[in-house]
Design a protein around this ligand. Structure first.
Ligand code: ZN
Length: 310
């Protein structure tokens, strides 16, 4: 009996030590997670918190700043609490880093397009779960949205066309993992890269088409849902192509990022952002009128030079 009690006592002490070790390990894991969060915040806010693993007031304020910029406050996030949507804004869905290096808007130089801009999609690069013709339709909708504010005409060039080689903007799906911070996990980080002559969507993401103008042909409505939805739940795993395409075309045409979460030029992804905001339209009009006046000045200068010539 005595021996049994002693054994039980020793067992109790061991269990207590084990429990203490578990608490310590949990605290350490939490501190490490907070430190990762603090490092991520440094990419998003001008005044990031110190990386110390402690979720203090400055860390909370930085999280709130990201939530505000991403349009998450008042949606489904309590202020300063890092829920799934905030995680996605920080890691998995940021459109951050996709901007052309010096947007025309900033540089004050015109985007190098004629009045008619020809674009083509590299069909062979489109993921197998998407119909190429549906992707073309989604991209065409995005180009159409920018046509009026830019004053440009966008023409889709079919790949089979002889002249497709001289499209102004070539669009393809590529693996952007090497360009992302989290190279090990494929998805995440940057969704798209845009230059004035090319748009690259990350093929590692799980894309869906909203088919805004299409008839309701699926049980879900117009949208074509990713096949993984049947076993991988969670809205944060899937990205609609249309809002990302609107954003990328804005970059192609020379716009930089916007701080307002309602603008398609916001660097944070939102599935609901399927139309240009008034601010997006105004910025594009301002950019294009600056281009036109620069061209007119150039023409006027040339005319003056000719007049002065003997
Ligand atoms: Zn961007």
């Amino acid at each position: 009996m005595l021996r049994e009690c002693a054994a039980a006592g020793a067992g109790g002490a061991a269990a207590e030590l084990q429990a203490q070790a578990q608490v310590q390990a949990q605290a350490q894991a939490e501190a490490e997670a907070v430190a990762v969060l603090q490092m991520l915040l440094a990419d998003h806010v001008a005044d990031p918190p110190e990386v110390d693993g402690v979720f203090g007031p400055r860390t909370r304020a930085a999280v709130q700043a990201v939530q505000l910029a991403a349009g998450l406050v008042g949606v489904d996030e309590a202020d300063g609490i890092v829920g799934p949507r905030t995680r996605r804004a920080l890691v998995a869905s940021g459109l951050l880093y996709d901007a052309v290096e010096t947007p025309a808007e900033v540089a004050g130089t015109p985007p190098p397009y004629r009045a008619t801009v020809r674009w083509r999609l590299v069909g062979a690069s489109v993921p197998a779960y998407l119909e190429v013709s549906d992707v073309v339709g989604e991209l065409a909708a995005a180009f159409t949205a920018w046509a009026v504010p830019s004053g440009l005409t966008f023409v889709h060039v079919d790949e089979s066309a002889v002249a497709s080689a001289d499209a102004d903007i070539v669009i393809r799906f590529v693996d952007l993992s090497p360009a992302n911070n989290f190279v090990f996990d494929g998805p995440g980080g940057c969704l798209v890269r845009a230059r004035h002559d090319a748009i690259s969507f990350d093929e590692m993401e799980q894309w869906e088409l909203l088919r805004v103008g299409a008839p309701n042909t699926t049980p879900y409505g117009r949208a074509s849902r990713h096949p993984h939805r049947r076993f991988l739940k969670g809205e944060e795993h899937y990205f609609a192509l249309l809002p990302v395409a609107l954003h990328a075309i804005g970059h192609c045409l020379g716009l930089g990022h916007s701080d307002a979460s309602s603008d398609v030029m916001s660097p944070y992804y939102s599935r609901d952002r399927v139309a240009l905001s008034a601010a997006d339209v105004e910025r594009m009009q301002a950019l294009m009128s600056a281009v036109v006046s620069a061209e007119r000045q150039g023409e006027a200068a040339e005319a003056n030079e000719q007049e002065e010539a003997p």
